[in-house]
Design a protein around this ligand. Structure first.
Ligand code: GRF
Length: 208
């Protein structure tokens, strides 16, 4: 059974989708051992507690530098020793040390079709604002491994979603979560838990 740590900061709808998938055996061979939040007020913490999953708050604002914050996060991750770290709406960039130590063991969900609308500073609602501003007709979501480049790691799964003419960023965000994020996130976690994803030359392949 793979040990999963989920890192969150906000609403936790992706965490909820993963918990549901584990309970319904859509994710096989995986168990969430710990949820770490960078924000003590995150709704995601309530979702984890309700599912009887251990939680820990490592609040960014309780540290006077990002370096100290990252050191504490790293220490906690090493102590937990997970097989997989899932960034589910985690609003911090994880340090180079963490990324190197857990190489190809950290995944993230991003609410666009990478390489569009991604990179440093393009996160959360800003992604959907940029999509609407550009006027693209198709958007979507991407699950990828985390490397040192923001949103630049090997892509695992993607799913497209239609942009409607009357969309607001909030309406589009909700649709992308529902129609793409929750589905490909659980699929990717399931594949990884069964050792079906291979990474080679910065690309991923699914083992038959
Ligand atoms: C999602 O849109 C995800 O793609 C992005 O942050 C948001 C988190 O939402 N990285 P939630 O907390 O899972 O509801």
């Amino acid at each position: 059974m793979k040990k999963i740590v989920v890192l969150v900061s906000g609403a936790g709808t992706n965490l909820k989708a993963l918990i549901k998938a584990i309970n319904r055996k859509k994710i096989k061979n995986g168990k969430i051992s710990l949820v770490i939040s960078s924000n003590e007020k995150a709704k995601a913490l309530t979702i984890a507690k309700r599912a009887k999953i251990d939680t820990k708050v490592i609040g960014r604002k309780n540290f006077d530098s990002n370096e100290k914050y990252q050191d504490e996060l790293f220490l906690n991750l090493k102590n937990e020793n997970p097989d997989l770290i899932v960034l589910a709406g985690f609003m911090q960039i994880v340090s180079k040390n963490i990324v190197q130590y857990f190489e190809n063991k950290i995944i993230n969900i991003h609410p666009s079709l990478i390489p569009s609308f991604c990179g440093a500073g393009v996160y959360g609602i800003k992604v959907h604002q940029a999509v609407l501003q550009k006027g693209v007709k198709i958007t979507g979501a991407t699950v990828h491994f985390v490397n040192e480049i923001p949103d630049g790691g090997p892509i695992i799964l993607q799913k497209s979603v239609k942009v409607n003419q009357n969309d607001t960023p909030e309406i589009l965000q909700e649709r992308v979560k529902k129609k793409a994020e929750w589905k490909i996130f659980r699929k990717a976690v399931n594949l990884i838990c069964q050792d079906k994803i291979v990474v080679k030359n910065n690309k991923t392949y699914v083992k038959e």
